[in-house]
Design a protein. Structure first.
Lengths: 448, 542
């Protein structure tokens, strides 16, 4: 009896100490977490505001074979308006193109809606291309827009394969106002929030100038999906391809980021994202991380006064997530410290340009959203002023810290152009969609 | 016994009246049946709506019970931490809260320092509730529940009874309930459980709940109807079925979702009975009644026509018998008178006697012809007449035949003209039948066209080696509309007994029958310059 126990213990020891060949052979990379400040050195003597950036960097998913399978539901608006201008035809083409990018292990379903909702393609292996394509070709436009029901049905189809390690995604494409079922942005936002808890992300694609961008953005935001504004249906195949690129590269999901601040450091607000914020802690949830793509969170904090040369630990970040390549629950941690100095050039030298850039991006995004609100309220002049001021701030910031970023400059120029347009002719439907979508993409670090 | 047409007509009218009455009655019954079917369909629909509503309610009830059970099972000491994780983990939980009853204040989320944007909105949304009404609602909660339950459907009540059994094991009855809250047209559901002076509560995620409920909703394929889920303000939350539910359309049936989802309802739009089915029913019944009416009408009409025809025939026969009797009587009278004169020997002169005997022979011949005609007619009617068909050269036969008749014709004061073809004209025919037919035509001409002073007989060859024989006169002719009628048996142009010329009405009829039996024909045509032309067509010899 005793010897038996010893043998067992010995075996266990060997197992524990011995090399794990399988794990070593296919060593899977992890998400790296980094915490940085906008400045590594803070001026001593007074309490002040600083910005903490936590970035999560997922490695690129390289081989096709090892990527996690995808559970994709396309929710297609086939209301009457989609029939005009070849929108539906392009959408069908794009859906087929997306289908062809998927493999045998992936699950594909397609729900279409007008005033009622119908599952055209029940969830099945994306390998059945022939049958699926013939079904997609048969779609004809008619009726109204039951957007809520469409997304609900899409979610129901995705749920049929929820327990596996599939990356679940609903791709909603619509060109109109939801007019059957709940249709407020808030309603769809709540649906998105509920779906996020089931690890289902909804990516929304708005086509043309008549859809409700508030609703589409809110739905994407609350479920951590992407959002796109497609002016011409010709761009649909490209957008689908881009979105599918994201979906196919999902590395981690169910990402929880917890940033704890040391005594005396008080978080003031989370910039550009929703999250939980209390006296000592910030919690942010992401539905997924895409391989080869960094996501970050910016938190504005109030840092207490310090004495020169004092080094102070400021924040520690813990990120837990499910690695989809090996299906392990993993964690990544990081810390950030700050040094105080009374020497001005020290402070200037310590400026972190990339954090500054991202602050500028978020500043611009926030200004765009504010300008939209102001323009909606009929205050054109103020809206234009908001955009111009943000533009000026970004340019000044860029000059001060010599930020060289083409996209940021393009966005700034775009915002300034919008300001001029708003002032003279108000915020038209198209620019509103552009601004709204842009600002969400900027805040969410969506690939553009 | 035969029915008189007039009494037939009366009977027929009665029958039609009865049929119409039956038709009307059946239409009324049909309408009644349709209403009954519609009612039936309505009841079925209502039942179905109630079932759907119950299904939805039970689903909501299950969620609610489960949530309350979980709430009740929370450890009282660690309430706050245990509850905090719910909104992040559960799609159906939007917010959680803890209410301190003693202090009458919200413990979580903190009304002064909410940690998320959603908490902030929660506090805003329920500020009124937490400020004033919560206590009352908590007290009223269970009573209200019971009152609402009394109105629920039997199925729901049964379910609730079962749930009460489930709740029994807990030693101390826990106060718990649901508060429906309306804010800006939207329904929010707050569930609460009392725990040691504190109330732990959950706000359900209505959007997620609705999203899941839609899957329970019945499928409907038709394009002329729709099932719909409506909220308290009449907004369309979901529909299945192709009917476009515009604003202000009233549902055919509706079932309430109270108390689980107050003021929401399941509604059916469109017609209860599928229109096609009702139409088909109506069509078939109408067709049946129509067919019945039509067959009665058609049968009656046929009967009437037949009766009319029979009556006409009977009249013709009566007239025929009278005519024939007259025809027979005239020569018989003559014969008897001359025979008596001769028997009494009062006539001495031999010329006189000779003359009397001649007349008697002539009258006998007339009688013979008459009787022959009648016999022929009888045979023809019974189709017992047989023919001896053989080749006959008409060009040779006609002059011989006419020579025998010439005396008779000329005695009647008519001039006989004959036109013959130059060549022999041979046909296959029964010679006796042909002679009889031509004789009948000649008799007719003598009888009716003696004023014309002329009979012309024309024989010509026709195409296909046939022949055509015309008997032309200069009499009064035959009116156009009667040119076919005169060939009917018993028909005479002047049917009155006092007609100037006696006759049986059989001659032409027999002639045509004979010729047709032999493959030829006889027609009556107008003759140019007045008079009638009777034309005989004969088939060729081959």
């Amino acid at each position: 009896m005793k010897t038996k126990l010893w043998m067992l213990m010995g075996l266990a020891l060997v197992a524990a100490l011995g090399p794990a060949p399988r794990a070593a052979a296919s060593r899977v990379e992890k998400v790296t977490c980094k915490v940085e400040l906008d400045r590594g050195v803070l001026p001593a003597g007074a309490s002040q505001r600083a910005v903490v950036r936590v970035s999560l960097d997922a490695p690129l998913v390289r081989e096709q074979a090892e990527r996690p399978p995808v559970n994709l539901a396309i929710v297609l608006d086939r209301s009457g308006s989609m029939g005009s201008g070849g929108k539906l035809e392009k959408a069908k083409e794009a859906a087929i193109a997306a289908l062809r990018k998927l493999g045998e292990r992936d699950v594909f379903s397609l729900v279409m809606f007008d005033h009622e909702v119908e599952t055209l393609i029940p969830p099945q292996s994306a390998g059945n291309t022939e049958w699926i394509e013939s079904r997609i070709h048969s779609i004809r436009s008619r009726g109204n827009t039951a957007l809520f029901g469409g997304v609900s049905q899409g979610a129901a189809e995705v749920r049929k394969h929820l327990e596996g390690r599939h990356v679940s995604r609903i791709l909603l494409l619509s060109d109109g106002q939801a007019n059957v079922g709940p249709s407020q942005p808030e309603d769809l936002g709540r649906l998105g929030a509920a779906l996020m808890k089931e690890r289902i992300a909804v990516t929304t694609i708005g086509v043309g100038a008549d859809y409700n961008e508030d609703l589409m953005t809110k739905l994407a935001q609350n479920s951590d999906g992407n959002t796109y504004f497609v002016e011409s249906s010709r761009d649909l195949p490209r957008i689908f391809a881009q979105e599918l690129g994201d979906v196919l590269s999902v590395f981690a999901r169910d990402v929880r980021l917890e940033i704890e601040f040391t005594d005396g450091v008080r978080p003031v607000r989370i910039i550009g994202r929703d999250g939980r914020l209390d006296d000592r802690k910030v919690e942010i949830r992401l539905n997924q991380l895409y391989g080869g793509q960094a996501k970050y969170a910016l938190v504005e904090v109030e840092v207490p006064a310090g004495t020169p040369h004092d080094v102070r630990k400021l924040a520690s970040a813990r990120c837990s997530y499910e690695n989809l390549l090996n299906r392990q629950s993993e964690r990544a941690e990081a810390e950030a410290s700050v040094r105080y100095s009374d020497h001005e050039p020290d402070v200037l030298k310590s400026v972190n340009v990339s954090v500054q850039k991202e602050m500028a991006v978020n500043d611009l995004a926030e200004a765009q959203e504010k300008a939209i609100q102001q323009a909606d309220g009929g205050n054109r002049v103020q809206a234009a002023a908001t955009l111009r001021a943000a533009g000026a701030r970004v340019r000044a910031q860029a000059a001060t810290y010599s930020i060289d970023d083409a996209q940021l400059m393009k966005d700034t120029a775009g915002a300034e152009a919008s300001a001029a347009a708003i002032e003279t002719q108000g915020l038209d439907n198209r620019s509103r969609k552009g601004l709204m979508t842009d600002s969400y993409q900027m805040r969410n670090q969506q690939k553009r | 016994m035969t029915l008189k047409p007039s009494s037939l007509r009366v009977g027929f009218a009665l029958l039609v009246g009865a049929t119409l009455a039956i038709g009307m009655l059946s239409l009324r019954l049909l309408r009644h049946e349709e209403t009954r079917l519609a009612d039936e369909a309505r009841r079925t629909l209502q039942g179905r709506a109630q079932l759907v509503a119950d299904d939805l309610q039970l689903a909501v009830r299950d969620v609610q019970e489960e949530v309350l059970n979980r709430l009740a099972a929370l450890p009282p000491g660690d309430l706050s931490r245990a509850l905090a994780g719910w909104p992040e983990a559960n799609p159906l939980v939007r917010n959680t809260f803890i209410w301190n009853q003693a202090a009458r204040r919200l413990e979580q989320p903190s009304p002064t320092a909410p940690t998320t944007a959603e908490e902030k909105r929660f506090i805003l949304r329920y500020s009124h509730l937490f400020a004033a009404r919560l206590d009352t609602l908590l007290r009223a909660g269970e009573r209200e529940d019971a009152a609402l339950l009394a109105q629920a459907s039997p199925r729901m009540q049964l379910n609730r009874v079962a749930q009460q059994v489930k709740a029994l094991p807990s030693a101390q009855p826990v106060r718990r309930g649901w508060i429906p809250w309306f804010e800006g047209d939207q329904l929010f559901l707050l569930g609460w459980v009392e725990q040691h002076g504190r109330v732990a509560g959950v706000e359900l995620e209505t959007a997620a709940l609705l999203s899941r409920l839609l899957q329970v909703f019945p499928r409907e394929a038709g394009t002329d109807r729709a099932w719909a889920l409506l909220d308290g303000a009449g907004n369309l939350l979901h529909q299945t079925g192709g009917l476009d539910i515009g604003k202000g359309r009233t549902p055919a049936v509706a079932a309430s979702l109270s108390p689980s989802l107050p003021h929401w309802q399941v509604a059916f739009f469109g017609t209860g009975v599928p229109a096609a089915a009702a139409g088909g029913y109506r069509l078939i019944t109408t067709l049946l009644v129509g067919a019945l009416l039509l067959s009665i009408l058609a049968g009656g009409t046929l009967l009437l026509l037949e009766a009319g025809r029979k009556a006409r025939e009977a009249r013709q026969k009566t007239s025929f018998v009278a005519n024939v009797s007259h025809e027979l009587k005239t020569p018989l009278t003559t014969l008897r008178m001359y025979a008596e004169l001769l028997r009494e020997g009062r006539v001495r002169a031999p010329e006189q006697r000779q003359h009397y005997l001649d007349v008697m022979v002539t009258e006998c011949a007339r009688l013979t012809r008459l009787v022959n005609n009648m016999l022929d007619f009888g045979r023809l009617e019974q189709q017992r007449r047989t023919y001896a068909v053989e080749p006959l050269d008409l060009a040779a036969w006609l002059p011989t035949f006419l020579e025998a008749q010439r005396l008779r014709i000329e005695e009647a004061g008519l001039r006989l003209a004959v036109k013959l073809p130059g060549a022999p004209l041979s046909v296959r025919i029964d010679r006796d039948a042909l002679e009889q037919a031509v004789l009948n035509l000649l008799d007719n001409a003598l009888k009716y066209a003696a004023d014309g002073k002329q009979i012309e007989i024309v024989l010509t060859a026709t195409t296909g080696s046939g022949a055509q024989l015309e008997v032309n006169d200069r009499g009064p002719g035959v009116p156009e509309e009667l040119r076919e009628k005169i060939f009917e048996k018993f028909y005479r142009l002047d049917q009155s007994l006092t007609a100037r010329v006696p006759g049986s009405g059989l001659g032409l009829s027999i002639a045509r029958r004979l010729l047709r039996d032999l493959g030829g024909d006889l027609v009556c045509l107008p003759r140019e310059g007045g008079g009638a032309c009777f034309r005989i067509h004969l088939k060729g010899a081959l």
